[in-house]
Design a protein around this ligand. Structure first.
Ligand code: GDD
Length: 319
C-alpha cells in the first residue's frame, strides 16, 4: 500500500505521516508547500513532492509519479479568521485544490481511495436543539471558510457519484496538539504562557471569547480516524469526527494556566472576538463509531499538556 498526503508538512499532515510510519507498513509520500520544519525528522523516510496544487498539471504529475493507493487531501487554508479578511482567497484555494485532486485521481489513478476533509464549520449556525450534531444536521455555513469546506465535501460526493471514485468524506470538529500554529485557540494561549514563563512576552495573556463551547480532540486521534475511514468507511458517505463532549474556551485557558507556575494576568482583546460566534458545538460521533470502532483516546488535559510542552520547547530555541 502507498499513501499520498497532500500538505504533509502541515500540522495534521505531519501527525498523519508519523502515524502511518509507526503503525503500518505503507509507503508514505506527500506534497509540500512551505516550510519542512514539521517533518524534518521524517524526511529520510518520506517521498516528497514540492507542489502547488492549484495547478491541475502539477497534481497529475505528482499522481503519475507517486501512484498512490490511498490519498489524504489535507492541504488547505485552515483559518476561519483568514477567510474573513480574504473570503475569495480561501474559496479559490480550497475549492481549486480539491477539484484538482479529484480530477487528477479520476484521470490518472481512478482506483485510488480519497479522503475529503470538510469541517464541523460546515454546520455553521447551530441551535441548542441541534446538539449533539449528527451528519443529517442542515448546513448553515457562517464564513467563506465554511463554504469552501461545504464545496470540498460536495465535490467529493459528486466525484463519487459521477466518476465512481472511492471517496470518503469527513467533518472533523476542533482538534489541537503539538505543532499547531498560532491563530488557533490552544496554541494562541499556550504560546503566550510559554513566552511569559521565560520572559519573552508580557505576564499578560490576550484572549477572545471564553464562553464559546467547542468539541476539542487531539490531532493524533483525528489522524487515526482518517486512516480508519479510508480503510473501513463506506464510499460516498460522510462522517463526523469529534469526541462527543464540549469544553468552554475558558476551560482551555484555565487548564493551561493551571499547568504553569507563572503569575499571568488575562486580558480580553476585542480584536480576538468573532462575529457570528455559535455558543456551543458538540459532535455526535455515532456513525464513525459504528462503522469503524473509532473512539478518542487522548484526554483534553493530555492534549493541552502536549501543546504547552511544544510551545515551551519552541521558546527555549529562541533564548
Ligand atoms: N484562535 C483563537 N484565538 N480563538 C479564540 C481565542 C484566541 O485568542 N480566544 C477565544 N477563542 C475562541 C474562538 O472564538 C472560537 O470560539 C474557539 O476559541 C476556537 O477557535 P479556533 O481554535 O481558532 O478554531 P475554529 O473553531 O475557528 O476552527 C478550527 O476548527 C474547525 C473545526 O471545527 C479550525 O481547526 C478549522 O480549520 C476547523 O475546520
Amino acid at each position: 500500500m502507498k499513501a499520498l498526503i497532500t500538505g504533509i508538512s502541515g500540522f495534521v499532515g505531519s501527525h498523519l505521516a508519523e502515524y502511518l510510519l509507526e503503525n503500518t507498513d505503507w509507503e508514505v509520500a506527500g506534497t509540500v508547500f512551505g516550510p519542512y520544519a514539521n517533518i524534518a525528522d521524517l524526511c529520510g523516510t518520506l517521498e516528497l513532492y514540492p507542489a502547488e496544487l492549484s495547478r491541475l498539471d502539477v497534481v497529475t504529475f505528482v499522481l503519475e509519479q507517486a501512484r498512490p493507493d490511498v490519498l489524504f487531501h489535507l492541504a488547505a487554508q485552515p483559518l476561519v479568521s483568514a477567510s474573513r479578511r480574504d473570503p475569495w482567497g480561501t474559496l479559490e484555494t480550497n475549492i481549486r485544490m480539491q477539484l484538482n485532486v479529484l480530477e487528477g485521481v479520476a484521470q490518472v489513478k481512478p482506483d485510488c481511495r480519497v479522503l475529503v476533509v470538510g469541517s464541523s464549520e460546515e454546520y455553521g449556525l447551530i441551535r441548542p436543539k441541534d446538539l449533539p450534531i449528527d451528519e443529517e444536521t442542515p448546513l448553515r455555513p457562517l464564513s467563506a471558510y465554511a463554504i469552501s469546506k461545504v464545496a470540498q465535501d460536495l465535490l467529493g460526493l459528486q466525484y463519487h457519484l459521477t466518476h465512481g471514485l472511492h471517496v470518503v468524506r469527513v467533518r472533523p470538529f476542533n482538534h489541537t496538539g503539538p505543532r499547531q500554529r498560532i491563530g488557533f485557540v490552544a496554541p494562541d494561549f499556550a504560546s503566550q504562557i510559554a513566552a511569559a514563563e521565560v520572559g519573552l512576552g508580557p505576564a499578560m495573556i490576550q484572549v477572545g471569547n471564553l464562553e464559546a463551547r467547542r468539541d476539542f480532540s487531539d490531532v493524533r486521534d483525528i489522524v487515526r480516524a482518517y486512516v480508519l475511514l479510508l480503510t473501513a468507511g463506506e464510499p460516498g458517505q460522510v462522517y463526523n469526527a469529534g469526541s462527543g463532549e464540549s469544553h468552554a474556551v475558558q476551560d482551555v485557558l484555565d487548564t493551561l494556566l493551571g499547568m504553569s507556575e507563572a503569575e499571568i494576568k488575562v486580558r480580553q482583546d476585542p480584536a480576538r472576538m468573532r462575529p457570528s460566534e455559535v455558543p456551543e458545538v458538540v459532535c455526535n460521533p455515532t456513525r464513525i463509531r459504528n462503522q469503524t470502532g473509532w473512539e478518542t483516546e487522548i484526554t483534553f488535559e493530555e492534549s493541552l499538556r502536549d501543546v504547552l510542552a511544544y510551545w515551551r520547547a519552541e521558546m527555549k530555541k529562541k533564548l
